[in-house]
Write a new protein. Structure first.
Length: 445
């Protein structure tokens, strides 16, 4: 069409002006304008073709995306023919322990620094570093010879004073008889009576000194004041030691039993204090630093008499038998204090709980091959398990894995989860395993 227009223009020009030959031929202005209009018309059709092609590509992409979304909705929507693989777990009814959890430090039940009570040379060390000793076991010996010499000297002084006392008593009896007969004056009798009393006092003083030296001889033999584990030796054999030495000979720590001091927020004080006033013995479990492995089991001994105003916490002291020696002084542990037990509570795994604008909900298996959304009310969180007060019944099954692909009414291919609600001895079991409603976020809701 464009070529025919150009041929028509050329024919009109030739019929009017003759053939256009040679470089000197002049083209009228009207011819130039007509040629520009033809070129503009040609560009218009070219751009129109490009726009039509772009519109076709966009429409094809839109239709492809719509078909993909429709296919995806067909695969995952309600009543879809292809089931979604998920993991399910049963809803159980059991007793759930409520724990309060705090970080604590192991402390020796008693700590004694063994010191000498007399001055002298250390001539024997009978213990080994790290040895377990019992109260009364021999530990060390101080040279007793200076004290034995002093004892012999005081015993001689006692014999001397005792002889003088005996002579004074004989004279006292003689002067008493002569004074009654009027042979000697009364003043001489009174003087002799005072002398007897004076010598009696000297004898008693000598006896006290002898007892003191005998006690010093006893102190030369150092024994364990309590049962416990010996520390590192602080003084070696052959050194001169003194009663006022600040470091002492060795430190003994009592490890059986042993105590753990931990803290809890002050908001939890009424619960613990009420139990103690009722005379309840609250079990306490000590877990390792990672809070995964139980180390020992004991009981709550007492609580502190004040709250720390800087941290808003209060201290509690627990006692452990520690017969196997797994607890060591200054060791960091996590303490789980059992304060209560909820009986016959409906429990599901924590992984089953989903959160939404309307609150907590779960996917409940219905008909064996489909799921339904159901709102639930959480009573408490117990480790890896959650107690439900409303919304579920024991015996039902809930989805614990694969919820992100589900909708209300979706078809599922269910497999039983190997975890499920925590079993005996596991988290939240109430049989020594880790779990239970903890302090802070683990409180009953």
């Amino acid at each position: 069409m464009i070529n025919s227009d150009i041929s028509y223009v050329k024919g009109a020009l030739m019929s009017t002006y003759g053939p256009l030959e040679g470089s000197n031929a002049q083209i009228p202005p009207s011819l130039k304008e007509e040629e520009m209009r033809v070129r503009a018309h040609k560009k218009y059709w070219l751009w129109l073709l490009i726009l039509i092609l772009l519109a076709g590509v966009a429409w094809g992409a839109y239709k492809l995306r719509a078909r993909s979304q429709e296919a995806s909705a067909t695969r995952t929507g309600p009543g879809a023919g292809r089931a979604i693989p998920v993991a399910v777990a049963p809803v159980e009814s059991r007793d759930v322990p409520i724990y309060l959890e705090g970080l604590g430090t192991v402390n020796a039940f008693n700590t004694v620094t063994v010191k000498s009570r007399v001055d002298g040379q250390l001539v024997e060390v009978a213990y080994r570093e790290g040895q377990f000793v019992r109260a009364g076991d021999f530990l060390a010996q101080i040279d007793p010879r200076p004290f034995q010499v002093a004892l012999d000297q005081m015993q001689g002084q006692l014999a001397k004073d005792q002889a003088q006392l005996d002579g004074a008593r004989i004279d006292y009896a003689r002067y008493q008889k002569l004074s009654q007969e009027g042979v000697t004056p009364r003043a001489q009798f009174d003087t002799q009576s005072a002398l007897v009393s004076q010598l009696e006092g000297a004898v008693r003083a000598d006896q006290a000194l002898i007892n003191s030296q005998r006690l010093n001889l006893t102190y030369c033999r150092i024994t364990a004041p309590l049962s416990g584990r010996m520390g590192l030796r602080l003084v070696d054999q052959g050194n001169i030691i003194h009663a006022n030495d600040p470091n002492g000979l060795v430190v003994i720590t009592q490890l059986q039993p042993i105590s753990v001091i931990f803290t809890l927020p002050q908001d939890q004080l009424p619960v613990v204090y009420k139990k103690l006033r009722e005379g309840a013995k609250l079990p306490a479990d000590a877990f390792d630093r990672d809070n995964t492995t139980k180390i020992a089991t004991g009981t709550l001994l007492t609580i502190d008499n004040q709250i720390d105003p800087n941290t808003g916490t209060f201290k509690l002291k627990t006692i452990f038998d520690n017969n196997d020696g797994v607890l060591f002084p200054n060791q960091f542990v996590n303490v789980h204090l059992l304060v209560d037990t909820r009986r016959s509570l409906t429990v599901v795994p924590a992984a089953a709980i989903q959160r939404g604008p309307q609150g907590a909900y779960v996917y409940v298996v219905t008909g064996g091959d489909s799921v339904k959304i159901r709102s639930v009310t959480i009573a408490l969180t117990s480790g890896s398990s959650v107690g439900i007060s409303e919304g579920l019944r024991p015996g039902e099954s809930v989805v614990v894995d694969g919820q992100d692909k589900l909708q209300d009414g979706s078809k599922i291919d269910a497999r039983t989860s190997t975890g499920g609600p925590a079993g005996a001895g596991g988290p939240g079991s109430g049989q020594g395993g880790r779990g239970g409603a903890r302090g802070g976020g683990g409180q009953p809701q």
